[in-house]
Ligand binder design. Structure first.
Ligand SMILES: C[S@@+](CC[C@H](N)C(=O)[O-])C[C@H]1O[C@@H](n2cnc3c(N)ncnc32)[C@H](O)[C@@H]1O
Length: 459
């Protein structure tokens, strides 16, 4: 309960950090008033300075760490504080898992509003080098015109030139370094976001944990690949080792979206291969694939074992399917699977992977999920024993949930990377008579505030 007028809060305070917020800020309180502090760890005693007062909370920065939390560690990355990617790299990894469990439980309590069992977080098999997809914006330094590639400072569009990133496979640093040098040598321009000028705007790299090969995608602010781009692509392929192929993606729109509509293969192959659940997957430039393959493997195997022990060869709907990863992993324990995904490239890859793995019991549909569910409801009787749904961060639409409730007989398994939208949607399932069995979190993103959850919903 807030008991203080916000104007009474002194600018400088000494506080004890109580918790971690869902966005990775330390939470302290002053007479009940909530203060979010960047780079703060629960257990820290801090001298802080308020930098912004809002109606119900304030933001603060650390002036001095008076007594550090026993869970503070030295981050591996020297850029941790300036780069926006790893908000909690300075916290001991085991403790990060406890904090993430608390975040999920608190979110459920606040938004879902009913009691719910949240299990211990399954750690990522790899604490470092786990992130197998990287997307570096490319630009030029203001005065020197030196090519810079990296991540944006938190809440800004100020690019930090990153030479070393411990959460990515080491080889990605080498690829990016090579590209920085060659772009400069060739005389290719980096993108200027404000002026919407310059050619090379992003480099996307997908590295396989299985084959150790990398697919490089050069995203350009143009509608054709000029000689300089072609030369860069060929140099990457011929002078670096373990490059499966180099593609160019055309994105000349003034947009925050990284990839444009069209991708063209310049040299090599247009995909890398990854292995999950003993099946080999092909991943292209635009296909969705979990960034942490070994942690994703834990999720797929967990869901597979759960279904195997509780159901006898069920019919399964795999919605928001990507390259039908769930469908393919579950094909051994299902009678029939229907996978639905709206991105054409993903469905094309899924088709190829299904054929190559000799799988016979999956039907693929390239369609918006809600429209597909609507059509499936024609005969108005539930068709699927189980629905596995893995929507994007915004969660499911109300319309989709209503259809899913009518289409599914026994269980909905909801996979989510956003606890807030998950809790919102679970509330709707609960209010429609479903039983939320439990939430199983998996850490796919060590050192960041992100957390993946799998929820088992009985109908
Ligand atoms: C979080 S990903 C999950 C992909 C897959 N289940 C996996 O684990 O690899 C969400 C997927 O939903 C797809 N998607 C987003 N909105 C959709 C919609 N309205 N209808 C169908 N698919 C959609 C995206 O293209 C993306 O492939």
């Amino acid at each position: 309960m807030q008991t203080v007028d916000l104007y009474d809060i002194p600018q400088d305070l000494i506080v004890k950090v109580e918790k971690l917020s869902n966005l990775g800020f330390g939470i302290a309180k002053f007479n009940g008033y909530v203060i979010f502090i960047e780079n703060a760890c629960p257990g820290d005693e801090l001298k802080i300075k308020i930098i912004k007062k809002n109606k119900n909370f304030a933001n603060a920065e650390i002036v001095e760490i008076i007594t550090p939390s026993k869970y503070r560690t030295k981050p591996l990355c020297p850029m941790q504080k300036v780069c926006g990617s790893c908000q909690i790299q300075f916290i001991d990894y085991q403790y990060q898992l406890n904090l993430k469990k608390d975040i999920v439980a608190d979110t459920m309590k606040n938004i879902y509003g009913y009691d719910i069992e949240v299990r211990d977080v399954v750690p990522s098999p790899k604490e470092w080098g786990y992130r197998h997809k990287i997307q570096y914006p490319i630009s030029e330094a203001k005065n020197s015109k030196r090519i810079i590639a990296g991540y944006y400072k938190p809440a800004t569009h100020e690019l930090v030139n990153i030479k070393y990133c411990p959460i990515q496979p080491e080889y990605c640093d080498k690829i990016i370094d090579f590209i920085r040098i060659k772009v400069q040598e060739i005389g290719l321009s980096g993108y200027n976001e404000k002026k919407h000028s310059g050619v090379l705007r992003h480099v996307v790299i997908r590295t396989s944990e299985y084959s150790l090969k990398s697919l490089v995608v050069l995203v350009i602010n143009d509608s054709f690949a000029n000689e300089k781009i072609m030369s860069l692509a060929k140099k990457i392929y011929s002078e670096l080792e373990n490059i499966s192929g180099v593609c160019v993606n055309y994105n000349s729109k003034k947009t925050n979206l990284i990839l444009g509509e069209k991708t063209e293969l310049i040299v090599g192959e247009s995909f890398v291969e990854e292995k999950l659940c003993d099946k080999v997957f092909k991943i292209g430039a635009k296909t969705f694939f979990q960034v942490n393959p070994s942690s994703a493997n834990n999720i797929f195997n967990y869901v597979k074992n759960y279904i195997k022990t509780k159901f006898d060869k069920p019919t399964i709907l795999d919605a928001y399917a990507g390259i039908a990863t769930f469908g393919i992993c579950l094909s051994d324990v299902a009678n029939k699977i229907t996978s639905v995904e709206q991105v054409r490239e993903s469905i094309d890859y899924a088709k190829r992977i299904i054929e190559e793995n000799g799988i016979k019991n999956i039907d693929l549909y390239c369609e918006d999920a809600a429209r597909f569910f609507e059509k499936e409801l024609n005969n108005n009787s539930p068709k699927y024993d189980i629905a596995v749904i893995d929507p994007p961060r915004k969660g499911c639409s109300r319309e989709s949930i209503d259809y899913l409730l009518k289409l599914t007989k026994k269980m909905i398994i909801y996979v989510s990377c956003n606890p807030a939208t998950l809790a919102r949607d679970l509330k709707i399932f609960k209010e429609n008579g479903c039983k939320i069995d439990f939430v199983q979190p998996f850490d796919m993103f060590p050192h960041t505030y992100h957390i993946e959850n799998v929820v088992f919903i009985s109908l």
